[in-house]
Write a protein that binds this ligand. Structure first.
Ligand SMILES: C[S@@+](CC[C@H](N)C(=O)[O-])C[C@H]1O[C@@H](n2cnc3c(N)ncnc32)[C@H](O)[C@@H]1O
Length: 432
């Protein structure tokens, strides 16, 4: 086998491994990519993340062309990857994609399966343009619409209920795109375009900025534009309400790995950050990342703001705060471009436990806000009535009034992650 062919077979093997880990073992893609050798990771990430984003539509194409013999298991996964490549990697010769996949399938599943895959992929490659644009289904069934949207039916149904069908269609189409990357830096970033906010920079594809000296020195950090916007607007509201930010502190109750805390410190807040400290490897790793992030950001001396990380158990005895932010655990339905696997591994049942967790966190956070202080609640989700509104309702925050709300989505300016958020203010002692 030539060296080049060997490398390609190896890449496809790792792509199949990562896709199987996500779809069959419900692992997050980033975690599954950790198994992949670094030299293969970028290629594997591109094809697996792409296949996951477009899976609903690719499944539909595969089923249209399979007639009675609907493929499953490894065969379907190999077809998903190849179909994604045929429709989205115009610079790769189509014949290579077909022959590599056919060889791979022959090795795993035998000659009959290889022939089937060859015929099916050739039918896609013969009409690439027409498969690339899939018309909105005439059929009005929710399952057909969800497949067009490349979403599981339960997410599709809930988004339509919350926002209406046209909004949901635009959201779904925008969520099929590759995500772009946003950085916050006082200095220009080579090759990046200046974004709509002060110090925001946009890269259209990922670059390992973590390997740069500026990053290690805390002079910049990676943060999606929606989070940057929420932090800036929260800060503006606080300045308006309190007449400035001097000496003001905010408790970031769900802070790991430290994205929002970094942005808040960047904007001049004195941040107290904490997160769950459960006895699990995932929880420990997240808390460790929070510690590393805060060290790096404090090293950067980016302004008067800084981050102090607190043990979760010390929150109970903490005095009342000017502001508390709860960036709660949620379905992540606003992150479908960046974490495309979320569509297929989260299930409707998780909503119930999430809603309870969100309301509990919000209720706890409310006890830490001083009279006249602010309570910010955000979820990276577009399921407003299931997450944001349900949490606020169940937390029964009688002492608070609404200041402002946000509903961000990848199809709306500034086209970042989807977020739902609400800013509440505790009535002051006089007005209570
Ligand atoms: C959406 S993430 C936070 C992201 C973070 N704010 C950022 O911008 O980088 C939600 C976080 O809530 C944390 N969490 C879940 N239950 C918690 C609890 N009871 N107390 C504190 N944090 C909790 C999770 O560990 C997770 O890190």
């Amino acid at each position: 086998m030539s060296e080049n062919l060997e490398k390609k077979t190896e890449q496809r093997r790792w792509a199949m491994h990562a896709l199987t880990q996500v779809l069959s073992n419900q692992r997050m893609l980033d975690e599954a990519l950790g198994d992949v050798p670094p030299a293969q990771r970028a290629w594997v990430h591109e094809v697996v993340a792409g296949a996951l984003r477009c899976k609903g539509r690719l499944d539909w194409i595969i089923d249209q062309l399979s007639l009675k013999k609907r493929p499953s298991g490894g065969l379907r996964k190999a077809l998903l990857i190849a179909a994604y490549q045929l429709l989205n990697q115009p610079s790769v010769p189509q014949a290579w994609i077909v022959s590599e996949t056919v060889d791979w399938v022959r090795g795993k599943e035998g000659e009959a399966a290889a022939k089937f895959v060859n015929a099916l992929l050739r039918r896609i490659s013969d009409h690439v343009e027409s498969w690339r644009t899939i018309e909105w289904p005439d059929s009005s069934t929710e399952s057909a619409q969800a497949q067009w949207a490349s979403l599981p039916e339960w997410i599709w149904r809930r988004i339509v209920r919350d926002h209406g069908r046209e909004w949901a269609k635009s959201f779904a189409v925008a969520s099929l795109e590759r995500p772009s990357f946003w950085i916050r830096s006082r200095q220009p970033i080579e090759g990046a375009l200046q974004g709509p906010l002060e110090d925001s920079w946009n890269l259209d594809s990922w670059r390992p900025v973590q390997d740069t000296a500026e990053y290690s020195a805390g002079g910049l950090f990676v943060q999606d534009i929606s989070s940057q916007l929420l932090i800036d607007e929260f800060t503006e509201e606080a300045k308006r309400i309190f007449g400035g930010l001097d000496g003001l502190g905010v408790l970031d109750l769900c802070a790991a790995p430290g994205g929002k805390s970094s942005g808040l410190a960047w904007n001049g807040w004195k941040v107290l950050a904490t997160d769950r400290q459960a006895d699990t490897p995932n929880s420990r790793a997240r808390f460790e990342l929070l510690l590393q992030t805060s060290e790096r950001i404090n090293r950067g001396r980016i302004g008067p703001g800084r981050i102090e990380v607190l043990d979760r158990k010390n929150i109970e005895s903490l005095p009342l705060q000017d502001a508390v932010w709860v960036d709660a655990p949620c379905t992540g339905s606003g992150l479908l471009r960046r974490h495309p696997e979320i569509r297929w591994i989260k299930d409707e049942k998780t909503l119930v436990s999430l809603q309870r967790e969100q309301a509990e966190l919000l209720r706890e956070a409310a006890t830490k806000v001083r009279p006249g202080g602010l309570l910010m609640f955000t979820v990276c989700s577009v399921l407003r009535s299931d997450e944001l509104e349900s949490a606020v309702h169940h937390a029964r925050l009688e002492e608070f009034e609404k200041v402002r709300e946000w509903s961000l989505s990848p199809h709306l300016e500034p086209r970042g992650d989807g977020f739902s958020g609400v800013l509440l203010r505790r009535r002051s002692a006089q007005s209570a």
